[in-house]
Design a protein around this ligand. Structure first.
Ligand SMILES: [Zn+2]
Length: 267
């Protein structure tokens, strides 16, 4: 850390020397990478607690305005970075103000994971991007605007056993690619844990109903839906009759294998 910082400073100083121009693109690229890494290390190490205390949740009721695709969030609540059996997936995303939700969505997420702890003890689940504190557009998402949209990380199995190595990739988790059976393209032994996805969706819907809400829409890669509904828990999921997006652009479709996107609504 100290060494890379020193190197970074040295490179900055070299920037004032005309010979810097001859160092080539690769070097500049490395410089950029280093500065990003340093920034990330600093954010991780020193600022997470500070961010959490600067954004402590008020007790004023949240208001979701408009729709997930065009909306705002008033008195949004920051979800916990680390819950008993769940965690937010990326500290940079968290501290960039992308982990806010409507208070009732925060509650139903907590309730759903409390039930997941019973069904799947010793597992940690991950919440991915949510909304901005005051909602509104959040690139590259088309929705996530009014605190009612949440991305949940898809848990994986390797040779039938829980596999957590992919869970800590942070923002890079969004780029994981699976085939149409939900197997990792780079290692087909690693497969989506469809049962736990189905179970979580069931709990999300049941807990939403208790709070006067429901799942409005699930976005999950179209080719994986038959796998999801044909697994053991998928049979129960069918009875919930959740609405799954039926048409997705190739880009959006391909992005929704490593996570399932859920929009909630008020009943
Ligand atoms: Zn999403």
């Amino acid at each position: 850390m100290q060494n890379s910082k020193f190197l970074y400073l040295a490179l900055i100083l070299m920037g004032f020397n005309p010979s810097f121009a001859q160092l080539g693109n690769q070097f500049v690229e490395q410089l950029l990478k280093d500065s990003i890494r340093i920034q990330q290390e600093e954010l991780r190490g020193q600022r997470l607690q500070e961010y959490i205390s600067n954004n402590s949740n008020d007790s004023i009721a949240s208001i979701a305005i408009g729709s997930p695709a065009k909306g705002k969030l008033v008195h949004g609540k920051l979800i916990d970075f680390k819950g008993p059996n769940y965690q937010y997936f990326d500290s940079i995303s968290y501290m960039s103000g992308r982990a806010f939700v409507h208070e009732k969505v925060k509650l139903l997420i907590e309730h759903s994971y409390a039930r997941m702890a019973v069904a799947y003890p010793d597992r940690t689940f991950y919440v991915m991007e949510c909304s901005r504190k005051h909602g509104g557009p959040m690139f590259p998402h088309k929705t996530h605007q009014n605190g009612l949209s949440v991305d949940f990380m898809t848990p994986f199995l390797k040779a039938g056993r829980p596999y957590s190595d992919l869970d800590t990739l942070g923002a890079n988790h969004y780029w994981i690619e699976c085939d149409d059976q939900g197997r990792l393209t780079t290692d087909t032994q690693i497969k989506i844990d469809f049962n736990s996805v189905a179970q979580h969706l069931i709990y999300l819907q049941e807990e939403a109903l208790k709070l006067g809400m429901s799942v409005e829409k699930v976005i999950f890669k179209l080719e994986l839906k038959d796998e999801l509904f044909s697994c053991e828990v998928g049979q129960d999921l069918k009875t919930k009759q959740l609405y799954f997006a039926k048409k997705l652009s190739p880009t959006i479709n391909n992005l929704h294998d490593d996570h399932y996107h859920v929009d909630f609504r008020f009943n």
